[in-house]
Design a binder for this molecule. Structure first.
Ligand code: PMV
Length: 331
């Protein structure tokens, strides 16, 4: 019998019945994966095939408040009350179904992303992390962050990493119930690190991460090589972070992102999130690097590019990409 998300939620929250508050509120940061999560071993629980590692953007994230009501949910996103049929409402309500203690329990959710619209930042990561933290506050469960990481992961895999700022390592785990599949923060800080956000297309990605992962894992692709790649990159990345070696971090992250996209492109039908502007941007970065600029790129399931560099390179990066939005993850 397969273990359901409902069962996991019950296991974690059943014994935590406490005085419910009138409102729960929370904030969670966006995270950028330096070693990507791509591929699930269990799609109901979002259990990954490999570990992944990210850096939180601290000042960019999601603010959420939640309260109870009778009947239907009321979901407000960035100041607009959404219709129940809106895909965002549908997905949020389906997730909230896991937490209703009686069928008539409704939720009033107000959520705001301070992520720039269309920057290709998966706001689902900060979104589900903030929602879980707000639920914990509302129901007064007082779960620890590891348990909240498990709950956030059920909403969206990458959300398991958005419970913390800084470097975060999501361990894939081995258990069928996924209780060992949660993120753990690293203690290292790297104040010189900068992340640059380049919005090349504000359009919604044509294929969701969920179906993209399925297509890559189940198609006849180079996916089997991906697992080894991630293992190697992790064993290189952890000491690079330890040594505060931004060049090494950038190189590994860029290689990892390109390998993930190559794996997608090797499926048939092929999956390609890139636009001509994506390749043009990468070529600009590669040419600048040839000329001495210490800047690397990473890309998620979309056409936009994120830059990785040190504070010392900031003015040169701004000169090369005047529209870049720069974030200091350890400010
Ligand atoms: O958490 P999801 O289902 O949105 O998947 C995220 C996948 C990538 O952004 C491409 C990689 C990652 O690790 O964040």
């Amino acid at each position: 019998m397969s273990i359901t998300a409902q069962y996991i939620v019950q296991q974690l929250t059943q014994s935590k019945q406490a005085q419910i508050k009138t409102q729960g509120t929370a904030y969670a940061p966006v995270n950028i994966a330096l070693i990507k999560y791509w591929g699930k071993r269990n799609s109901e629980l979002n259990l990954p095939i490999t570990d992944s590692l990210s850096v939180g953007l601290k000042t960019l994230g999601t603010h959420t408040s939640i309260a109870l009501c009778d009947g239907q949910d009321h979901i407000t996103l960035n100041g607009t009350l959404l219709a129940a049929e809106h895909p965002f409402s549908q997905r949020t309500s389906r997730y909230l179904d896991l937490f209703r203690t009686v069928p008539s329990m409704g939720f009033v959710v107000d959520t705001k992303n301070d992520v720039p619209t269309g920057a290709g930042l998966a706001s689902s990561a900060s979104g589900y992390a903030a929602l879980v933290l707000a639920l914990d506050d509302l129901f007064n469960w007082q779960l620890d962050k590891t348990q909240l990481s498990v709950l956030a992961r059920i909403g969206s895999g990458s959300a398991s990493r958005s419970l913390w700022d800084g470097f975060v390592h999501w361990h894939a785990g081995e258990q069928d119930d996924g209780m060992d599949s949660h993120a753990i923060p690293l203690t290292q800080t790297l104040p010189d690190l900068r992340i640059g956000l380049l919005t090349l297309s504000a359009k919604t990605k044509p294929v969701s991460s969920r179906s993209g992962m399925k297509q890559t894992v189940e198609g006849l692709s180079l996916y089997p090589a991906w697992k080894n790649m991630v293992d190697t990159h992790l064993t290189q990345m952890l000491p690079a972070i330890e040594q505060a070696d931004i060049a090494q971090i950038g190189q590994i992250a860029e290689h990892n992102a390109l390998a993930m996209h190559a794996t997608m492109m090797s499926a048939y039908p092929a999956l390609c999130y890139w636009l001509p502007e994506t390749l043009a941007t990468l070529q600009t970065i590669w040419a600048a690097r040839e000329a001495g600029l210490a800047c690397w790129a990473t890309l998620d399931a979309g056409a936009n590019v994120k830059l990785i560099f040190a504070q010392q390179a900031q003015s040169e990066v701004e000169a090369l990409f005047p529209k870049v939005q720069i974030v200091q993850p350890f400010s």
